[in-house]
Design a protein. Structure first.
Length: 220
């Protein structure tokens, strides 16, 4: 898989760049609020359906639900509301004000894995949102964490959903984060797991040695 280009957040809150992107009409959609806080990360959702139906229901005021983005199986991104303007999507109840949300089409079957095009589009969005809101490119399974989470991690406070499962989608966040890191640093390959562990161990040894040297100097 080649490395896709970066998306950016424009002054009007719309995402733009080298991807297929459409914007809701009206923008933002009728379901939502204002007054978001510092954003902790992005929440992965699954549609239990497809993008056209999701657009229809999220534009119905009585439905009382929305998301920041929806991605179909071909990687087309639909943006429902602005980024950086205080708009809150109604996607994960208690997590709405501090988490962005991305819905992924699944043809009404959560067992369907994300397509390669969905992984690419999701990675582009996660990288852009991470850069904008300054949260790390990492997977998290805690509402107290920061990074790329899931709807299910919020439990009852987030609506008591199993979304984006059961199925393989939650696990595909790792591939999305890996690709997002490549988007941010083109040409730089992330270290293999064993390399990352070795680097962390070497850093710890270096810290211990520095502390020992300081201690010895203090007793000279």
């Amino acid at each position: 898989m080649s490395t896709p280009g970066k998306l950016t957040i424009q002054a009007d809150g719309k995402v733009s760049g080298p991807a297929s992107i459409g914007y809701n009409n009206p923008f933002p959609c009728v379901n939502g609020a204002w007054g978001s806080k510092a954003m902790q990360g992005v929440v992965m959702h699954t549609m239990v359906g497809n993008l056209p139906g999701t657009i229809t229901v999220f534009n119905e005021a009585s439905y009382q639900a929305s998301t920041h983005f929806g991605i179909d199986q071909q990687g087309h991104i639909h943006q429902f509301g602005p980024i950086g303007k205080g708009w809150i999507a109604w996607a994960q109840v208690a997590g709405n004000a501090t988490w962005y949300s991305i819905e992924h089409a699944d043809n009404a079957n959560t067992e369907n894995p994300l397509t390669e095009a969905q992984i690419i589009a999701s990675a582009q969005l996660v990288e852009a949102l991470s850069a904008y809101a300054a949260f790390p490119l990492q997977v998290t399974d805690s509402v107290d964490g920061r990074g790329y989470g899931t709807h299910v991690m919020g439990g009852a406070a987030w609506g008591g959903h199993t979304c984006p499962g059961p199925g393989p989608r939650a696990g595909q966040r790792h591939a999305i984060i890996d690709l997002a890191k490549r988007i941010r640093h083109p040409g730089q390959q992330p270290p293999e797991p064993w390399q990352a562990k070795a680097l962390a161990k070497a850093a710890a040894i270096e810290t211990d040695l520095a502390g020992l040297v300081t201690l010895l100097k203090a007793h000279q």
